[in-house]
Design a protein around this ligand. Structure first.
Ligand code: ADP
Length: 320
């Protein structure tokens, strides 16, 4: 049984991280275990921005997006010296284990820290991209997808009024999950993702035919990894002559009050992480499989690439 653990968020923020921190903290306290918060990701670990938390420290945060601990990208942590300093700062406080909430990069860093120092680490997937291998869900993906759908709904109104084609660029450098689920649920005509090649000429020919047949307007959702929105929009305008506009959602997708799904899932994952870590488990990530919380080997999670469910690709082709 561990007697003292720490929790931190790292890398890109995502809505629901606060619910996860809260669950880790309150579960640990409930078990009579000390819990520390590390501010600003691995930066805080290296710069000793570490404080002991009580239940009230995580009051009034479950409804907030972002992460009240702050997050960061930290170059120093990518060096062995940096990680040793971080480890020393934890040991000096009697911290025996760590919960890291973050994306692929943060979990990779956590895996290396645990290998090098032997400190027990449990990871939680926190990223809007839903691209952590082994889990069908990552904290924040549901809120982000809902933010995009809201934008699509609004863009459809104006696209319809003007008979326009609208290209919406959404986040997803390496993963098309967000574009895919929001495109499908927003009724987009075309969804471009990095996982699948597309032929812009073919798309444009198809668009012209649809427009001539009476289609009022069209929505194209493009993940940033599949092409820049303005380039896709320019190509469409040039090749089809259709009145085309481009929107880019940017960081709006990262923020906002988390949805019920993100709050509940993050809370469940946080509880599992704290209990597992306290019981002495290490090098695992908790995620979801078919609606159930499952543990995934941390090494496997960071060394495998999650693929986009082919069912989405098929569905998008049929419905759009
Ligand atoms: P995310 O966790 O959202 O994928 P990043 O990829 O930027 O975000 O990673 C966040 C931080 O995790 C990095 O700034 C760095 O401190 C740490 N990190 C990422 N990759 C590694 C690595 N290969 N080795 C050590 N630390 C890493």
């Amino acid at each position: 049984m561990l007697k003292s653990i720490a929790v931190m968020t790292s890398g890109g923020d995502s809505p629901g991280m606060n619910a996860a921190i809260r669950a880790v903290t309150r579960t640990a306290l409930h078990q009579g275990v000390k819990v520390w918060g590390i501010r600003g990701g691995y930066h805080g670990m290296l710069d000793e921005d570490i404080f002991e938390m009580q239940s009230k420290d995580v009051s009034d945060i479950i409804q907030r997006g972002g992460t009240f601990l702050g997050t960061a990208r930290c170059k120093r942590f990518a060096t062995p010296e940096g990680r040793m300093l971080g480890y020393k700062n934890l040991v000096e406080r009697g911290i025996q284990g760590l919960v890291v909430i973050g994306g692929d990069g943060s979990l990779r860093g956590a895996s290396i820290l645990s290998q090098e120092t032997g400190i027990p680490i449990v990871g939680l997937p926190g990223t809007i991209d839903n691209d952590v291998w082994g889990s069908e869900y990552t904290i924040g993906c549901d809120t982000a997808a809902n933010t995009i759908i809201d934008a699509i709904n609004k863009l459809r109104d104006t696209a319809s009024a003007h008979r326009r084609t609208i290209v919406l660029e959404v986040m997803g450098r390496n993963s098309g999950w967000l574009a895919m689920v929001s495109g499908i649920s927003g009724g987009a005509e075309y969804i471009l993702v990095p996982e699948e090649e597309y032929d812009i000429d073919e798309i444009c020919e198809d668009m012209k035919r649809a427009y001539d047949a009476g289609k009022r307007y069209m929505m194209v959702v493009v993940a940033e990894g599949a092409g820049k929105g303005h380039e896709v929009g320019k190509a469409i305008a040039e090749k089809t002559g259709l009145d085309t506009r481009v929107s880019k959602l940017g960081h709006i997708q990262r923020g906002g009050s988390p949805t019920v799904i993100d709050r509940v899932n993050a809370s469940r994952l946080g509880e599992h992480a704290a209990l597992a870590l306290i019981s002495g488990l290490s090098d695992i990530v908790f995620g979801f499989d078919r609606g159930h919380v499952v543990s995934i080997n941390l090494h496997d999670a960071v060394n495998n690439k999650k693929l986009l469910n082919p069912e989405f690709m098929r569905l998008a082709r049929v419905l759009t």
